[in-house]
Each structure stands twice: as structure tokens, then as C-alpha cells.
Design a protein around this ligand. Structure first.
Ligand code: SF4
Length: 218
């Protein structure tokens, strides 16, 4: 527990990427109108969940007005709604919503993290920023000793996970499973509005991935 707490403290105060450090502060200051009354978190985000988990869920990065506002990944935006709902359906989450850091959401047998810990402009981190932030994924991997399946939400998460487990990145697609000696890597389209509102990712496809993740982590 101490190890993860000390890693999370280190992440929260990280300023290694000047562009992203500046951006998250700027977003926190110049809020969108609908959240004008709220105090934004505006710092890098650590992962969260069950440190004894067998399932590691890797996203791209916090959302500017989602995690960067609420202080927890996949919280307070539509991606978070999709994730909490499906995780609750398959027993990985205590409640079907993820609204704010005090909502009582607890994860079971799952840990949520991301390839990059600061919200990037247009959701596009640079290669250098991804490389700089990679050390935090490596440190989480060392602490989360029971992980047997990694679920990657989107291509950037998939590439980071392949690098993490030192396996060759294959052609990315939805609900693909790559099995290696050390790890199973499962892929999904990211539950961003861009994908869910265009039906690139339907609820049925999304649910099927978690059904599979559940089987793989029993
Ligand atoms: S993206 Fe990662 S490495 Fe870069 S400043 Fe944020 S926490 Fe630090």
C-alpha cells in the first residue's frame, strides 16, 4: 500500500512535460461554462482501484473536463459513465456510475490507469510525452503483482501496454486477444463520445469485451 501511495504522490507533483503541465493548469483556470462553479483538480492523475487486481485497464489520458476536473480517471464524463456501467455489470465496480471522487465507487479485481497522466490538448500527447510518462506505468506494473490481463482502451493504450510487457504490437482492433506467457492483452475501442455516439463502439461490443475480461481474470 505504501508503495502505491508514494508513487501516486510522485505522479501528482510531476511536471516533466512543460506543455502538458501548462495545459492542465490553463484548463483548470479557464473552465467550460457548464462547470464554471466547480474547482478543477488540474494536476496529473494516478491510477486507482484494487491493488490485488488481476485486470489492469489502460486508457489514453485523463480528459480535460473529466478526470482533470474531478481528480480521478474516467470520472465525470461520458467515457467514465460507460466504463463504470459495464464494470458494475460484470462485478468489477461497486456502483454503475463514476461522477466524482467522493461517490463511493470501489473497484474489485480491477485497476484503472492510463498511458499518460496529464490531459493533453485534443487528446493527443506527443511521442516524447508518452515516453516520459511511461515510467509510471512501469512502476505500477512492479507494484500490481497479480495482473494477468491488460485491457487496452484504444491504440495508444495498446502500444503502451505492448511496450510495458515487451511484446510486439500487432494490428489494433476491437475485442482482440493476444496471449503471451506472462500476460494476456485484450483490446477495445476507447469509449469516447466520438466512438460511442457514432456507433463505432456499440454497447453490445463494449459489453462483450468485459464479459471476456471477466472470464480471463477469474
Ligand atoms: S504526462 Fe506524465 S510525465 Fe508528463 S508531466 Fe504529466 S505526469 Fe509527468
Amino acid at each position: 500500500m505504501k508503495q502505491i501511495e508514494s508513487l501516486n504522490k510522485k505522479i501528482a507533483s510531476c511536471k516533466k512535460c512543460p506543455r502538458l503541465s501548462g495545459y492542465i493548469k490553463e484548463v483548470a483556470k479557464n473552465k467550460v461554462r457548464r462547470f464554471n462553479e466547480e474547482k478543477y483538480y488540474g494536476k496529473p492523475l494516478s491510477g486507482f482501484g484494487d491493488i490485488n487486481a488481476k485486470l489492469l485497464i489502460v486508457g489514453l489520458a485523463p480528459a480535460a473536463h473529466g478526470g482533470n476536473r474531478t481528480g480521478r480517471m474516467f470520472t465525470g464524463d461520458s467515457s467514465g459513465d460507460w466504463l463504470a456501467k459495464v464494470m458494475n455489470k460484470y462485478g468489477f465496480a461497486s456502483i454503475p456510475t463514476s461522477q466524482n471522487i467522493d461517490d463511493g465507487l470501489l473497484l474489485k479485481n480491477a485497476y484503472i490507469t492510463a498511458a499518460v497522466r496529464c490531459a493533453p490538448p485534443q487528446n493527443k500527447p506527443t511521442k516524447e510525452e508518452m515516453q516520459t510518462c511511461f515510467e509510471y506505468l512501469e512502476q505500477e506494473k512492479k507494484i500490481l503483482k497479480n495482473i494477468i490481463t491488460v485491457l487496452c482502451l484504444g491504440k495508444i493504450a495498446y502500444d503502451a501496454s505492448c511496450k510495458l510487457y515487451q511484446v510486439k504490437s500487432e494490428k489494433f482492433g476491437h475485442n482482440k486477444l493476444f496471449q503471451y506467457d506472462e500476460i494476456k492483452i485484450l483490446t477495445s475501442y476507447h469509449p469516447s463520445k466520438q466512438n460511442t455516439q457514432t456507433n463505432k463502439l456499440t454497447w453490445r461490443q463494449w459489453s462483450a469485451v468485459f464479459q471476456r475480461a471477466k472470464r480471463l481474470t477469474k
